[in-house]
Design a protein around this ligand. Structure first.
Ligand code: FDA
Length: 410
């Protein structure tokens, strides 16, 4: 009999297993994939953006999405970015800050995986991998009614019994490295509600004639301000990000689009300011008074040349020297560039999404322990829960913090 069986040896599962094992619990960690922690390995361009220094634990809604982002406050305040940094430092793993508080390993994400495996070994954690899971059953209590119940877990290495069952099987993104809907199916088996799932931190796609002028811009990147009207919980609010935008063959990507994708509602437009650092209308009207250059050439002061060239092709009134353009045409041009409204037709889906929005409804979980309120001994941690972080290390911080909260309670 194990104290805990943890399903999923990714970020949350490994960390939870290590912490619980180090508390003296008998822990079995099971994963169906051949390789451990594949998402850590591929994250952050191979260097894993493992946390973010700017996380404000008093205001989780600033960096987390979900029906109730406040749910993650308790766990995040009991295991902070500083706690994970201290662990990295104890293991001598050098790291650096890149952009907006994002912390990366200097050498490789492999160092973080090795650290988590060493922490598991220090806790005497058994790991079965690859190992397939079959049926899971719960026995409410033993004959004398003294125990709270136990889980019988069928695996291809035999059936095991555990006092607690922790589900750390992550979300649906990148199925080719082992993502499955296991966690959601198990939640349903035990009668837990789910918040609808969809791809998050994902490139957005555009089809048809409306996209034609921009299709030639694939590979071009520039800093923008991007915003969308977001339904956050029961409220509607405007979300805005200042980040880089990348044109792709099928649409738009880059940090700006990945961030806004987690708030975007299908069928609604994005608003993009392609030159957020200047008042384009004032600049163009001032240039008209002093310059005879083509409008496209003037635009190159504030925009990449390829974008300026493609943009002016959309209207004959913009394809002339700036001193010969009407004020109206310049005002329209400035408006179109600083308030570009465009409606995505879809997303690149789970094969390109970094995360899954939605998941196990937090209403049914304890925010202190991650245990189901209606099912004793069953815990959900990490991405399988309806908590999704912004780009920038917030998703791993949620994995570490929810794992820690659970491990303390097992
Ligand atoms: P995770 O996905 O890590 O682990 C789940 C585990 O469960 C896997 O090992 C899987 O094999 C296993 N499993 C699934 N189904 C199973 C089944 N049926 N039976 C047994 N085992 C099963 N975040 C961040 O903060 N910084 C970053 O730099 C990045 N970068 C990044 C890049 C890319 C390309 C992706 C796809 C994602 C990121 N992320 C990220 C997001 C981050 O990787 C993600 O949020 C965490 O890995 C979630 O941790 P979990 O432990 O919850 O799931």
């Amino acid at each position: 009999m194990f104290d805990a069986v943890i399903v999923g040896a990714g970020a949350a599962g490994l960390f939870c297993a290590a912490r619980a094992g180090q508390r003296g619990l008998r822990v079995l960690l099971v994963d169906h994939a051949d390789k451990v922690a594949e998402k850590i390995r591929i994250s952050g361009g191979g260097r894993c953006n493992f946390t973010n220094r700017d996380l404000d634990v008093r205001a989780p809604h600033r960096h987390f999405v979900g029906a109730n982002p406040q749910f993650c406050r308790s766990a995040l305040s009991r295991f902070t970015p500083a706690d994970f940094i201290a662990l990295m430092d104890r293991h001598g793993i050098a790291h650096h800050e890149k952009h907006k508080g994002q912390l990366f390993a200097d050498r490789s994400a492999e160092d973080i995986i090795a650290m988590l495996l060493a922490e598991c070994a220090a806790g005497g954690v058994q790991r079965w991998q690859p190992c397939r899971i079959g049926n899971i059953a719960f026995s409410a209590s033993n004959a004398d009614g003294e125990s709270a119940g136990s889980y019988q877990i069928e695996t291809d290495r035999g059936t095991v019994t555990a006092r607690s069952l922790v589900i750390a099987t992550g979300g649906l993104s990148i199925p080719k490295i082992g993502a499955t809907d296991f966690g959601y199916r198990l939640a349903r088996q035990f009668g837990l509600p789910l918040v609808e799932r969809s791809p998050g931190l994902v490139p957005l796609t555009f089809d048809g004639a409306g996209w034609q002028p921009y299709a030639q811009l694939a590979g071009l990147a520039l800093p923008v301000e991007i915003s969308a009207s977001a339904a956050t919980g029961s409220k509607k609010e405007r979300m805005t990000f200042h980040e880089d935008l990348l044109f792709t063959h099928r649409g738009l990507s880059g940090p700006a689009v990945l961030q806004i994708s987690s708030y975007w509602t299908p069928g609604t437009p994005l608003t993009i300011n392609l030159a957020p650092q200047v008042d384009l209308e004032a600049e163009l009207l001032a240039a008209k008074a002093r310059s005879r250059k083509l409008i496209a050439n003037e635009l190159c002061q504030w925009l990449p040349a390829r974008l300026a060239d493609a943009w002016v092709q959309q209207d004959a009134a913009w394809q002339r020297p700036i001193d010969q353009a009407s004020d109206k045409a310049l005002v329209q041009l400035a408006h179109r560039l600083s308030r570009w409204e465009i409606t995505p037709t879809g997303t690149e889906g789970y094969k390109k999404a970094e995360v899954t929005l939605g998941g196990v409804d937090t209403k049914e979980l304890s925010q202190q322990t991650m245990e189901c309120k209606s099912q004793p001994g069953l815990y959900f941690i990490g991405e399988v829960v309806d908590i999704t972080g912004w780009l920038g290390g917030y998703n791993f911080q949620w994995a570490w913090a929810s794992a820690h909260a659970c491990a303390q309670a097992l």
